[in-house]
Design a protein around this ligand. Structure first.
Ligand SMILES: [Cu+2]
Length: 547
């Protein structure tokens, strides 16, 4: 798609569409109101878009989650890739490269009637790309039925407009496994649950998508496969996916879907594969294991190479020496390497289950108990090994000499700010207060670093906290320095706050000016006000340590 009508422009197209009475483009609106003169693209002239995508958000009333004839068609909201194709969930995977700026036009063609849940005003966040506020899909920048919204992405690594960022380190901040999802204020949980989510993958000179070049990671798309995990509640009377609008603790479903399908299977060849696993929420935490259903007592090894779309310094073997699997909170991504050739040869594996063995009985938090291996209801996807061993040029993560990079140096923070995540009157708070689109709680100096301390005061619930704009390093968890070889020793965009946990983060705020959110990504908590807005401006010198 190279030609968009009307053509994309630097400042929003706020001419009134006579068919709707609304501006053609939803950019330039804030909290539902037009704010003329705002939200022009900040680096449009410096990085003019060279690739164009159009995506239409629509209802699909004939969506199948299974071939089981006893389970009816479902109504979902999804995305298509332009034209009159039906909307699907997950939406089409967007593939892009660093250095090639792009523009994505999202068109809101959702119906007025939602069939019980879902808000047909939307805002599409690319989690967690380094974007300007006007292209970030922020919760207060939702747009209406009949409008479109252009998102401009510079496709530059962070620090492109920061004199203190070492250009040699910039490439280390490349992100790979991203996802786009709806972020509509107060209705994100309903809209994402209804299907408004999809993958966006970014390649670069090291993580190339070709196992003959760079870090030699398994080639995309044949051997590099995204898996979106989502749990759903099925109404036993109708067989339809349903949602609880009145539960503020969180929602855990009784059925596990991967890429929109109930417990699917995938035929795999005997070689290495990369799986990009996303915890798509709304509230469930996972602990992932591989199980041989023909011999559930076997311990099946695999490797984690990336956390939240950032390569780890080196591959981390799973399960851990303590027998734990890969843990994820909502919106976290883990990239796994599974070597089906070795598992077939050494352990006689013919099929494998990717299982979630973490017990969770309500939306507040998991119990921490690890369930036994080999239970059908905990299966996410079944891998069926077919054929003989095949050529494989990808790197072997079991090779102890494999190194992807060393962590970038840690910047010196200008200030420390502390945030407490808590509960009040059945809703969720940050430093005792609720989300408000009309209130920027504090302002960070552009191109500076800060230390943020995130504190969960509760033994009753857990929160996966997400910060927009930039990634952070987790320096300490509960006072202990994070160590190489742990999953926390990585750049990240989500920090899970376990029971009574405290994390200390270090991060920089570069390039763009304007407002961003930090929020809980248990999207039920997010919609019930566990979010705070802050801003980045030149030389703000705001010293509020507990905003
Ligand atoms: Cu939460």
């Amino acid at each position: 798609m190279t030609e968009l009508r009307p053509a994309p422009q630097e400042c929003p197209n706020n001419a009134i569409n006579p068919a709707t009475g609304l501006p053609f483009e939803g950019r330039g609106q804030y909290a539902g109101y037009l704010k003329p003169g705002t939200d022009c693209f900040q680096f449009f002239k410096r990085f003019p878009p060279r690739e164009f995508f159009i995506s239409r958000m629509r209802e699909n009333t004939r969506f199948r989650i299974t071939s089981d004839p006893n389970i009816p068609d479902q109504t979902i909201w999804g995305f298509n890739l332009g034209g009159n194709d039906p909307a699907v969930t997950p939406g089409p995977t967007v593939v892009s490269r660093y250095g090639t700026p792009l523009l994505v036009r999202q068109v809101n063609e959702l119906p007025e009637q939602n069939g019980g849940f879902g808000a047909p005003e939307v805002s599409t966040h690319l989690h967690n790309f380094h974007d300007a506020p006007e292209s970030d899909g922020s919760p207060c920048r939702f747009f209406f039925r009949g409008q479109y919204y252009d998102y401009h992405r510079t496709m530059q690594t962070p620090g492109f407009d920061d004199p203190d960022t070492n250009p040699d380190e910039r490439v280390l901040e490349s992100q790979s496994t991203l996802w786009y999802h709806d972020h509509r204020l107060d209705h994100t949980a309903e809209n994402v649950y209804k299907g408004l989510a999809g993958f966006h993958l970014v390649f670069n000179d090291f993580d190339t998508g070709d196992e003959h070049t760079g870090f030699r990671l398994p080639s995309f798309p044949q051997f590099d496969i995204p898996l979106l995990l989502a749990d759903k509640l099925i109404d036993p009377g109708t067989g339809k996916i349903c949602f609880d609008l009145f539960g503020f603790d969180g929602l855990v479903g009784d059925k596990l879907l991967v890429n929109g399908v109930l417990q699917p299977f995938l035929e795999v060849q005997k070689r290495r594969y990369r799986f990009r696993v996303l915890d798509g929420g709304p509230s469930r935490f996972y602990e992932l294991f591989l199980t041989n259903p023909d011999n559930p007592s076997q311990s099946i090894p695999f490797w984690v190479i990336a956390n939240d779309g950032n390569l780890l310094p080196k591959p981390v073997r799973m399960p851990t020496s303590a027998g734990r699997g890969v843990q994820t909170g909502v919106a976290e991504r883990v990239d796994l390497i599974i070597d089906f050739k070795k598992l077939a040869r050494d352990l006689g594996v013919r099929r494998l289950w990717l299982e979630n063995r973490l017990e969770q009985v309500n939306g507040r938090a998991p119990t921490g108990k690890i369930l036994p291996a080999g239970q059908r209801q905990n299966v996410l996807i079944e891998f069926r090994l077919v054929g003989n061993a095949v050529p494989d040029n990808s790197v072997d993560p079991a090779d102890p000499t494999v190194r992807f990079y060393a962590l970038p140096s840690r910047p010196v923070p200008r200030i420390t700010r502390t945030f407490t995540f808590d509960r009040r009157n059945g809703q969720w708070t940050v430093n005792g207060r609720f989300m408000d689109c009309g209130e920027i709680r504090f302002t960070v100096n552009r191109n500076s670093a800060e230390r943020w301390i995130l504190q969960n005061n509760s033994g009753g619930w857990q929160h996966p906290i997400h910060i927009h704009l930039e990634e952070f390093q987790i320096v300490r968890r509960n006072g202990q320095l994070t160590q190489p070889g742990s999953m926390d020793f990585s750049r990240k965009d989500v920090a899970v706050l376990g029971f009574n946990e405290q994390v200390e983060l270090l991060m920089r705020f570069r390039d763009f000016r304007g407002d961003y959110p930090m929020h809980c990504h248990n999207v039920i908590h997010e919609d019930h006000a566990m979010m705070v807005l802050w801003a980045v401006q030149d030389d703000a010198n705001d010293n509020n340590a507990r905003p």
